[in-house]
Design a protein around this ligand. Sequence first.
Ligand code: FEO
Length: 608
Amino acid sequence: MYNVKEIHKDLYYVGGSDHRLALFENVYPIDKGVSYNSYLFNGEKTVLMDTVDRSVSGVFFENIEFLLDGRPLDYVVVSHMEPDHSGTLKELLQRYPSVKIIANERTIRMINQFFTLDAEFYVVKDGESLAIGDKIFNFVFAPMVHWPEVMVTYESTTKALFSADAFGTFGALNGGIFADELNFERDFLPEARRYYTNIVGKYGTQVASLLRKALTLDIGIIAPLHGPVWRKNISWIIDKYAKWATYTPEEDAVVIAYSSVYGNTENAVYILAGELNERGVKNIAVYDVSVTHPSFIVSEAFRASHLVFAATTYNAGIFINMENLLNDLAEHNIQNRTVALLENGSWAPTSGGLMRDIFEKQKNITFVGDIVTISSSVSEQTRGEILELAKNITESFPKADVVDHSQKIEQNAIFKLTYGLFVLSAKTDKDNGCIINTVTQVTDNPKRIMIAVNKQNFTHNQILKTGVFNVSVLSNDAVFATFKNFGFQSGKDADKFDGIDVVRSENGLFYLNVGVNAFISAKVITQYDYGTHTVFIADVTEAVTLNSVPSMTYAYYFDHVKPKPQPIEEKKTGYICKICGYIHESDTLPADFICPLCKHGAEDFERL
Ligand code: FEO
């Protein structure tokens, strides 16, 4: 019986999940199953986005038949020719003989290697756009994510990115297809990481290149070939991918993998792990390479900053399961890690040096401590060396992950950062603006900027709604009244542009043309929630220089624009905001106090 899910008007999920397969690609255990995703556009024209593995062909064909309801299938896009996605292509052609296959040249060569098909092809080029009915498809080649023929497809009317294996995960879709309706972080993240690292982890450069291309698109939906569909919080999963693709550890953590024949190397490992814990390292995971499948440990190695390997010497080399794991890690280009090694040998220990040889060939590996050698079992002397290794590992950790270091953050050091000052403007049913000091160029091609905006600002919510804003760059001739108008009152209550000399840019928003030397218009492409603030990343759509007066810095504002505090005639008790001068008349200042005028926190107040 069919089991379809609507993703968007005219766009449906038509894939299925398999719990019976024990080993994905006959290598990777998948005790939580796997889904094979396919999507159908059922609008003016009918376009199928990939087929599925043969294990779920029953529900797949019933889904298509149900949705088409007698209409012909016009096109099938083949993004990836691996049989877990194209295994039912031949049967699709038998059922829908008039369907045209959209694919690139490499894919078509592979199709002809796997099948003998009598089919009509439409050959796409990298970057090509193709209008099919009321939908517009853009094809972007993504070689080696995971095979060389892979391409991703962006459909602009639905803002859906069909990402092939990228953003895929192991794990069946048991109760829903949307990541935001599942507990993704708990139930899928470890499997998403294991899928990524083992399937495409070797090709970080290619994945990073795909991410760069993807970030130029206005993505509303990510529809991968395995695992949940993303329609919310897309920047979260993109951020994970950015870390994995650049071999950046996700967490400051220690992963210890060991091999032990009679339990003595295992004993050494638990002494080490216990001492690390005693020294304040909390994020520790220990794996026996003879028990845990290497795909899990490879995945864990991509998560953690610190890796410890403890291996028995076996046949004058590295214990076989450990050697397989280390070769697997090397094959997956593991890099940017801190590594510590322990070896065991009853007469000629060699595994430590051999393990070190493997990691010396990897990029940016930092060895911590000397190789600890165990002669059969842990002696008192070896125990001391293990404790010393734990000390060295702990000392190589960022301090914040070992002890509470919050008291050592000096506010004055933060004030050494240089800032400009800007009027940020947006528009919903009213024009509004606020003062911000955080605008930074992120990339030059495409021109892209970052702004950080306090959530309490009305302008913040306007940008959330509309995704567009202007930045007016304040110059040294800006007057204090501008700061007072845009910084010391809320747009919820005041019409800040009333009586202000402004002009509208091409995006229809106001920018200031007095006390300003340039304006920049931008369109948000992604955003990150950081508690008190949202960081918006945006593409520049217009940027115009207005004059040559230097841009105002925060320091210039304090020295030349902000009025100096007047002597307080009547002695008041309380706290004064160092930013805007607001006085909080009270003997106490709560730690979470926010200035009602300028929205700065308690750290910017001083006692009167
Ligand atoms: Fe899911 Fe590379 O196939």
